[in-house]
Ligand binder design. Structure first.
Ligand code: SF4
Length: 363
């Protein structure tokens, strides 16, 4: 139990952050001293950048790594062969990943719940920027819970979205209480970018809700660049840690944002200073309208080799790529590729790793 409130902000500070977020590229450019730049169209994906995140963007720098994550670019209107709306086949009826509205199961033993269509920030590279959220409404949650009750093989539920921490504390508490009644669910994993982009979201009420969960809580934050981590995120992550949650980070390797060894090493080091272990470094998915962020496998592996030479093992995230239909994320470290090239003859077919798809040429 948490008895005193260690958060330095008012309980509604995060809602104020959301209300005052930038939604217009022209306003954002003007705020950052870049009004001479012509804003690009939205390419069907609204802009959303909360003030707290924007305050970490370097004023006057059009190439800032945080700015490029949120500012619509002209390249988003280009079409590129192989870049599709649902690269992981999450909504492909042949793959049968959708178990009920709002519930996706790709891997054995765990299932992912779409808790809300909303995010606190719209990341231009998002792999779900085309996801049909209207078919996965929170009001159908009872169907998802009913499925989970029936399937005792599921021991872990992943709360995703959108961003699950955009739910009000009371709604989240209700969901956690419902999950707590399902005996075979042992772990609740929350995938969220809110502790990074709106640290004020980590309220005392949220800490208490997480601390009271009978299931073990894992919070996977999403930070791509060390510049995202400041004194406010440190406060938020300290508070999350006090709630008893295990804190991990996943990043996406993004061209022009973090595709250099120095920034990746600094990110791992700063995460650790803020109480978070690096977990995954994802090679980007081939999502329509995001080709300008793409980093191919060869380059990703070369960068990873550089990280490996400079970081202790516990600060090295796992380099992975998701491939539609695979039984697990595909490890992309060079050792694993050696296994891919020459799988042992006795490896069961279902577990045999197939060669990675031909890397897309760098653009
Ligand atoms: S917070 Fe996550 S789900 Fe939301 S836009 Fe960013 S990457 Fe996509």
């Amino acid at each position: 139990m948490i008895t005193s409130n260690p958060t330095p902000w008012q309980p509604d500070a995060w809602q104020n952050q959301m209300r005052s977020a930038f939604r217009n590229p022209g306003d954002l450019l003007e705020h950052l001293g870049l009004k001479h730049l012509t804003p690009a169209g939205l390419a069907g994906f609204p802009m959303l950048a909360p003030r707290s995140f924007v305050e970490r963007i370097v004023h006057g720098d059009p190439q800032d790594a945080l700015l490029l994550q949120v500012l619509p670019q002209l390249q988003e209107t280009e079409e590129h062969a192989g870049f599709v709306r649902d690269p992981l086949g999450e909504t492909n009826s042949d793959q049968a990943f959708i178990k009920s509205p709002g519930l996706i199961q790709k891997y054995q033993g765990r299932a992912l719940m779409i808790t809300t269509p909303a995010c606190a920030i719209n990341c231009r590279y998002c792999f779900r920027r085309h996801f049909p959220y209207q078919q996965h409404r929170p009001r159908d949650r009872d169907l998802a819970l009913a499925f989970l009750r029936r399937d005792a093989s599921i021991s872990e539920i992943i709360l995703s979205g959108g961003d699950p921490l955009l739910m009000q504390d009371s709604e989240l508490a209700l969901l956690l209480a419902s999950l707590a009644q399902i005996e075979h669910i042992k772990r609740i994993r929350i995938h969220t970018r809110l502790p990074i982009v709106v640290p004020q979201r980590i309220t005392f009420e949220l800490m208490q809700t997480l601390a009271e969960s009978p299931a073990k809580v894992v919070v996977v934050i999403h930070s791509n660049h060390h510049q995202e981590l400041n004194a406010e995120t440190k406060n938020a992550l300290d508070c999350l840690g006090q709630s008893g949650a295990t804190l991990l980070n996943q990043s996406v390797l993004l061209r022009g944002i973090n595709d250099n060894v120095n920034d990746l090493v600094l990110l791992s080091e700063r995460l650790f200073e803020q109480g978070v272990l690096p977990y995954y470094l994802h090679l980007p998915d081939k999502v329509a309208n995001t080709a300008h962020f793409y980093v191919d496998t060869d380059r990703g592996q070369a960068l990873y080799g550089g990280m490996k030479s400079r970081l202790p093992g516990y600060l090295l995230p796992r380099l992975v790529r998701e491939v539609a239909g695979d039984i697990a994320k595909r490890e992309m470290s060079t050792e694993d590729l050696a296994l891919v090239a020459d799988p042992p003859a006795n490896l069961p077919q279902a577990l045999a790793l197939t060669p990675a798809p031909a890397p897309h040429p760098d653009r």
